[in-house]
Each structure stands twice: as C-alpha cells, then as structure tokens.
Design a protein around this ligand. Structure first.
Ligand SMILES: [Fe+2]
Ligand SMILES: [Fe+2]
Length: 196
C-alpha cells in the first residue's frame, strides 16, 4: 500500500540482509514475533489505563488489545505446531532505544507514547510485509500478508490519536524528531534474528 498523508512514513528501509537471515532462522523470528504481539496488546491496555480522557481512545484501545491478542494467539498456534515454546522475553534494543527518548512531562509523554507506538507499528508493517513477500509456504504467506495490513492500520490509528492531543505542527515536528531517532537506530543496531 502506498503511503498517504496520514501515515507514519519511515525514513530508512530495513537492511537487505535482514530478510534472508529472518527466513533462515524463521523459528526464532516467530518466537520474537509472539513477544511483539504480546507487548502490543499490553501497550494498548496500558494506554487505556493512562489516558481514558482522550476522545475515542478507550474503545479504540480495547479493540486494539483484542486484535493484537488474536495475532498473539495465532502466532502461538503456529509455534505449537512447530514444537516451539515461548520462553522469557529478553527485551528488544530497538523498542528500548525509542523508549529512552520519550519525554517525561505528562503532556509531552502522552504525545510521545502515541507517536512511538505509531512508529513501531509502521516498522512492524514493513517487516511483516517483507516476510510475507519472502515466505514460500502459502498459508504462512497469507497470514503475514494479513498481519502486515493490520499493522498498517494501527500506525494510522496512533497518528490520529496524536492529533487528538496536539496541534498538527507539534505532531509533525515531534514525529520528525522521533523518525530521525528511529532511522539512526535502524542504521546502528546490529541486524537481529527478530522482528525488530
Ligand atoms: Fe499485531
Ligand atoms: Fe499492531
């Protein structure tokens, strides 16, 4: 899908070495993917808990948590068929790098949480689409196609929420800063056998 005005548009594409590595170690990527969906569901409920005052947010985050939980359940089902177990979440330097630059005063933090969530969704969309294009197993390919489309909708949802709490120039200004940080992370972090 081509980028629209309402999209979180990433500034740096994933390194070409990522997809072959991810396909070669697909089982490990699946396990990391399950952790990502779990964190996305948890983050939706955490945002609902923190910002019930934002127009439309409670219902949207309730639906998002349900959708991300459904993604998680499906990934767990695929893992089970392959004899894989989830194990402990070892953390993700990419998401941690973005969390580190989120500001603390509450008004700024709220905007940053929406924008960072949108950026992570946008990167997830890119990576899941790469997997969909690279996988040869038809049901898996379809599954990743579907998920990529869904994450694309989520980046747009978070950008809309950002616009509920800040003026357009503030949204675009801060989004630009965070996209620069994200591009630097993509450039400098080692390519991992993981979604990010
Ligand atoms: Fe998801
Ligand atoms: Fe998502």
């Amino acid at each position: 899908m081509s980028a629209q005005k309402d999209d979180v548009v990433l500034r740096r594409a994933t390194d070409a070495s990522w997809l072959p590595l991810a396909l070669k170690h697909f089982d490990e990527v699946l396990i990391d993917h399950a952790h990502c969906e779990k964190k996305a569901a948890a983050n939706a409920l955490s945002l609902l808990q923190a910002y019930p005052e934002v127009k439309g947010l409670p219902a949207q985050m309730a639906r998002l948590a349900r959708e991300e939980s459904a993604h998680l359940a499906k990934v767990l089902q695929i893992m089970e068929k392959r004899g894989l177990v989830l194990g402990k979440d070892l953390g993700d330097p990419y998401a941690q790098g973005l969390q580190k630059v989120m500001r603390h005063p509450s008004h700024h933090r709220r905007l940053d949480r929406f924008l960072v969530a949108g950026i992570i969704e946008s990167r997830s969309h890119e990576r899941l689409q790469l997997l969909a294009d690279g996988l040869t197993d038809a049901p898996l390919k379809r599954f990743y196609e579907e998920l990529a489309k869904s994450e694309d909708g989520h980046q747009r949802l978070f950008l809309r929420l950002a616009r509920e709490v800040a003026q357009e120039d503030e949204v675009q200004g801060r989004l630009g800063e965070l996209l620069e940080v994200e591009a630097k992370l993509i450039e400098t972090l080692p390519v991992r056998v993981a979604i990010h």
